[in-house]
Write a protein that binds this ligand. Structure first.
Ligand SMILES: NC(=O)c1ccc[n+]([C@@H]2O[C@H](COP(=O)([O-])OP(=O)(O)OC[C@H]3O[C@@H](n4cnc5c(N)ncnc54)[C@H](OP(=O)(O)O)[C@@H]3O)[C@@H](O)[C@H]2O)c1
Length: 406
């Protein structure tokens, strides 16, 4: 039996878990593939030499994170004809096209299952099982930190700051949670998924995103009365004019498969005419879970899975998408208020699906859910409503997904 030589870049949470898992599974992998995987060198900031490791390896596992250094190592490894497996979403959301082209040229495998949704095998499903399907839309909860925070706010009625502190205490959020709560992490993952779903280059700069810091416990409570729950949802959508990839806090109907995904779990829903809808869910992060996804890619490379995908053609990015909205307004509750607001929505082409009012007097809370309209039209309506004398604070709109798959 010959060994299969692996160079490991990074020995932190995932790198160390990968080494341990490989050790545990090496014999089973040898039975499966005929080759026994073996780590021939480890690189961290304080040990190992990249060139030496590259020289000795057939496959390089990149688990250092960050963009510049990781890009340099991955590019050099592919260029030298080594297979590469990485969990690095920031790297791929910026350089996937170039790296995939290089892998294709050199005839080697570029695996990145662990870069999105941890152990949930969404990349493999898009690349292989659904390779022949015409995918219309993907919705994903692809950031466990924000899903944990929003689930806590919903479960306990706590505010954003309190739920974030709880997430940090339990290790679900980093000391600097900016990339997670601001939506950048989810945006990078949606760029990776959109690229695979639509066979088109998608860069993180093509993804519009915002985070959850402006969400209040009251939003979640009001929306629950309307049968909605709040998630940070990534959407990749094929539209007649092109594609749209975005991440926003979004209310979803109780019957949607993502509504029940709680805690730090991730889930991705893929919609296509041919398949209706499939949903995959599971732990989105964690050392051993992510290491398991990395190992799956390593086994695929040993077994000679198909190398890289063909070159992709760019599609137009659509900025102004249509959807339903939850609108929160704080108003002085006097006769005629509802009629004036309804008139403004009517002028913008929006029809109202449901209305809830909380309290009376000078600071009544008025919550409306609209039927779908273009985001630009909603912005015009919000601007007009914000200028009405009886409106007490700037109105806020949050997207709503009201499909249910029965
Ligand atoms: N943690 C998760 O749950 C998770 C989930 C999904 C994906 N990922 C991805 O997996 C990757 C690794 O994450 P992690 O959580 O394992 O990170 P981590 O715990 O911070 O470990 C990073 C490792 O890389 C090494 N490293 C960093 N910069 C380096 C450089 N310039 N040269 C050489 N070595 C360097 C570090 O070396 P030192 O030991 O010397 O500091 C450390 O061993 C990231 O791309 C991350 O986004 C992580």
């Amino acid at each position: 039996m010959t060994s299969f030589r692996i160079g490991l870049l990074g020995h932190g949470t995932v790198g160390a878990a990968f080494e341990a898992l490989l050790d545990e599974r090496a014999e089973a992998i040898e039975r499966l593939t005929g080759r026994r995987p073996e780590i021939v060198g480890v690189l961290t900031r304080s040990r190992g030499d990249f060139d030496e490791i590259l020289e000795r390896s057939e496959l390089v596992v990149e688990l250092i994170g960050g963009v510049e250094q990781a890009y340099d190592y991955v590019r050099r490894a592919l260029d030298a004809g080594r297979h590469v497996v990485t969990a690095n979403k920031q790297l791929l959301s910026r350089h996937a096209d170039e790296l995939a082209a290089l892998a294709r040229e050199r005839g080697v495998h570029l695996g990145f299952e662990a870069s999105v949704a941890g152990v949930v095998p969404v990349i493999r499903v898009l690349r292989e099982s659904l390779a022949g399907a015409h995918i219309d839309r993907i919705h994903g909860i692809v950031n466990g930190t924000t899903n944990f925070i929003l689930s806590e706010m919903s479960r306990t009625g706590s505010g954003y700051e309190e739920a974030l502190a709880q997430a940090q205490e339990l290790g679900y959020a980093e000391a600097d949670p900016t990339d997670d709560v601001g939506g950048a992490d989810a945006a990078a993952k949606m760029a990776i998924l959109a690229r695979l779903a639509f066979d088109a280059p998608v860069h993180i700069d093509d993804v519009r995103y915002d985070g959850i810091a402006q969400i209040t416990g009251a939003d979640i409570a009001y929306a629950r009365e309307l049968g909605l729950s709040l998630k940070l949802i990534g959407t990749a959508e094929r539209l007649p004019e092109g594609i749209s990839v975005r991440v926003h806090p979004t209310f979803i109907a109780a019957g949607h498969p993502l509504a029940s995904v709680g805690g730090s779990f991730n889930a991705v829903t893929v919609e296509s005419d041919a398949i209706t809808e499939i949903t995959m869910s599971g732990p989105g992060a964690g050392g051993s879970q992510t290491a398991s996804a990395v190992l799956g890619d390593v086994v695929a490379a040993i077994a000679g899975a198909p190398a890289a995908s063909p070159p992709l053609e760019r599609l137009p990015i659509v900025e102004d998408v249509t959807g339903a909205f939850y609108v929160h307004m704080e108003v002085d509750d006097r006769p005629g208020v509802l009629a004036q607001i309804a008139g403004i929505f009517g002028d913008a082409g929006a029809s109202i699906k449901s209305v809830v009012q909380h309290g009376t007097g000078e600071r009544a809370q008025l919550i409306m859910v609209t039927h779908p309209l273009a985001r630009s039209r909603m912005e015009i309506a919000l601007d007009a409503i914000g200028r009405l004398a009886f409106v007490r604070s700037a109105p806020r709109a949050i997207s709503v997904i009201d499909e249910e798959f029965e």
